[in-house]
Write a protein that binds this ligand. Structure first.
Ligand code: ZN
Length: 156
């Protein structure tokens, strides 16, 4: 058996389709609401639901470190609680800060990958993932589930 991941690297997210550009702009904008007192790493997430609704989230840290939450989980859990019957079509994550000086797109942490995977398994359909860096680069995954092959809870 072999697992392969395919993704696309774009040098400038401005070249994306208009709807994607809108989502990127919203992710960048919401990253300014991050409470990133400890990491100085500001992350914003924008997710598009099947009815066109856009849900936003930013990372919210806490002095008791495990109590904080990443931007993408903020958005995914909000969508799951407010719109439980609507499918997610696309997720955009933007991150920037001193933690990673390169400004390159930041892949989600392991915990977020598990939540992304369960969101996909829950709705029975994959969704696109765009990772955006301060350096303007974008990584595009056709199906976000590719980021976590064989997630916990998955059985084939
Ligand atoms: Zn995370």
């Amino acid at each position: 058996m072999e697992i392969k991941i395919k993704f696309e690297l774009l040098e400038n997210w401005g070249e994306l389709p208009d709807l994607d550009v809108l989502l990127v702009e919203k992710a960048i904008s919401i990253s300014e609401t991050a409470y990133a007192k400890y990491s100085s790493f500001h992350v914003g997430a924008a997710l598009l639901l099947e009815n066109g609704e856009i849900v936003l989230g930013s990372n919210q840290e806490n002095i008791a470190f495990p109590s904080g939450i990443c931007a993408e989980r903020t958005a995914l859990f909000y969508a799951g609680s407010q719109f439980p019957d609507l499918k997610i079509k696309k997720l955009v994550i933007y991150g920037a800060g001193e933690l990673l000086a390169s400004g390159a797109p930041v892949p989600p942490c392991g915990a977020c990958r598990q939540v992304i995977a369960e969101s996909i398994l829950r709705q029975g359909e994959g969704f696109e993932l765009l990772l955006i860096g301060k350096n303007k680069q974008a990584l595009r995954f056709v199906n976000a589930l590719d980021l976590l092959p064989l997630p916990f809870g998955f059985s084939n």
